[in-house]
Design a protein around this ligand. Structure first.
Ligand code: FES
Ligand code: FES
Length: 193
């Protein structure tokens, strides 16, 4: 079939036929039941989770939409707010910018997995409550996980250092002074955490 540039730009019947041909050719290479998915094994909060995911699915969407762990929040979905922060192998990671297939087999901790198995809160969770370190709470799961890593990295010695190393986590409610207070409280109780 010969299609002129004018026909394509005009979006006429010939262009639609070409689109259908291309789509059919693309589908022919992919088995219908696994079209576009990849087997991914995630380790989330101590449990193995096997999923079939589109290669473009982020860790954040895998957690929220496939595993129904909605504690990790989607604020901006482009790496600017920190609401989606999780720990992967102990390091803080923006889950909205990380593809699930790239962390297969690595250990992910979300806010749902931070407390002890007997229900006792992590010292950072308790400190956020004690210090009133939140208002609406939307940024709080990301703040808490980032704060845990901030302390473990050794970046929580002074208020200025805490503010600098927590600067990737935004709070629209402006709870920053109390977040700093919470991190200082938790810092002294985290060796045993
Ligand atoms: S949702 Fe990931 S940084 Fe904002
Ligand atoms: S507590 Fe509302 S955005 Fe931080």
């Amino acid at each position: 079939m010969t299609i002129t540039r004018r026909e394509v730009l005009g979006g006429g019947a010939a262009a639609m036929a070409l689109g259908a041909e291309l789509a059919a050719a693309a589908r022919a290479d992919v088995p219908a039941d696994t079209a576009g998915t990849i087997a991914v094994r995630l380790h989330v909060n101590g449990k193995r989770r096997d999923l079939n995911l589109d290669a473009r699915v982020t860790v954040l969407d895998a957690l929220r939409d496939h595993l129904h762990l909605t504690g990790s929040k989607k604020g901006c979905d482009q790496g600017q707010c920190g609401a989606c922060t999780v720990l992967i192998d102990g390091r803080r990671v923006l889950s909205c910018l990380t593809l699930a297939v790239s962390v297969s087999g690595r250990k992910i901790v979300t806010i749902e997995g931070l407390a002890a198995s007997n229900g006792q809160l992590h010292p950072m969770q308790q400190a956020f409550i004690d210090q009133d370190g939140f208002q609406c709470g939307y940024c709080t799961p990301g703040q808490i996980l980032s704060a845990v890593a901030c302390v473990k990295e050794g970046h929580a010695d002074t208020d200025d250092e805490i503010r600098e190393f927590m600067s990737g986590n935004l709070c629209r409610c402006g709870a920053y002074p109390k977040i700093v207070a919470a991190i200082k409280q938790a810092r002294d109780h985290m060796d045993s955490a």
